[in-house]
Design a protein around this ligand. Sequence first.
Ligand code: FDA
Length: 305
Amino acid sequence: MKRAVTGFPVTAEVVHRFVAGETRADLAPVVGELLASGRMVSVDFLGEYTTERFMADDAVAEYLALIDDLARRRTEAAVRPGAGVVASVEVSVKLSALGQSLGAAGPEIAAENLRTLCARAEQAGVWITVDAEDHTTTEGTESTVRRIRRDHPWLAVATQTYLRRAEQRCRAAAAEGARIRLCKGAYREPDSVAFQRSAEVDESYLRCLEALMGGAGYPMVATHDPVMIAAAQHMAAEHGREPGDFEFQMLYGIRILEQRRLTEAGHAVRVYVPYGTQWYGYLMRRLAERPANLGFFLRALAERR
Ligand code: FDA
C-alpha cells in the first residue's frame, strides 16, 4: 500500500505536502524554511505502535537526537510575549510511543522516558508538548504531565474539546498557569465521553478558549477553523493579551496562506511537523479515525500555496 501511495504522482504529493520526510535529514530543510519565515515548529517523530520495550527505547533515542538537532536551529522567537520566553522549537510526543501501553508497568516506563526527554529539552531550550490520544489514555497522560510539570513547568499537554470534561480541565489548567494546546480532537469517541455533533464541539472549544484566555497560562490555539481563530483574537484582546501571550498552531501543509497571514500580522504561529517512516499510519489513521478528515486533507490540497 505504501509503495502504491508514493507511486502515484497525486498521492505522492499528498504525502509530501503533509509529512516532512522519513529522516531527520529530510526534516532539516523544512524546519529551516519555517523558522526563516518567522513561524515556529513542533516536530512529531512518527514512531511505530509500541508493543515492545526496545521500541520505546528507540523512540527515546530518536527524540534525544531530534532535540539536539532542533537546539542548533533554535531562533529567537519571532514574537516576544509579555511573560516569559517562548521557545521557537518544540517536540510533540505521544506517551504511547514512549511505552505507555506496555502492560502494567507501561505508564511508569512512559513517565520515566518523558522525564529523560524533559531533562535534555530543558538544557537545550526546546519545549515539549504531549499529544492527546484516545480517551482511555487521557487521565493517565494528564496525571503524568501534572507530576512532571512540578520539575519542568513549561511541559504542556493537548486537550481535546470534544471531550465532555474539557472545560473543567481547561479551568484547572488556567488556574495553574499551565501551557496548554487546545484542539477539537481527532479520534472517534463514544457519546458517553465525547460530544458527537460538531456544533457542540465548537461551543466547547469557545468555552475552553475563554477559560484559557482569561487565565494565567499560555494558550496554544491549535485549529484551522476561521471562526475559532477570529474568536481567539477577540478574546485575547478582551483579556489584554498581546500577540505572543498566546500562539496559533496548525498542521504542516494545511492553510499555509493563513499561517503566513497570521505571522505577518504579528501573531506567534507554530507549525506541527510530522516526520518518520511511519507517515503512512499518520495519514491513514487520520482518515480512518474520522472520515471527515478526508475532506480536510483534500481541501488543503486544493488550496494554493
Ligand atoms: P475542522 O476540521 O473542524 O474545520 C473547521 C473549519 O476550518 C472548516 O469548516 C473550514 O472552514 C476550515 N478549514 C479546515 N481545514 C481547512 C483547509 N485546509 N483549508 C481551508 N479551510 C479549512 N488531535 C488530537 O486528538 N490530539 C492532538 O494531540 C492533536 N494535536 C494537534 C496539533 C495541532 C497543531 C493541530 C492543528 C491539530 C491537532 N489535532 C490533535 C487535530 C485536531 O484535533 C483536529 O482533528 C484537526 O485540527 C481538525 O480540526 P480544526 O479545528 O482544524 O477544524
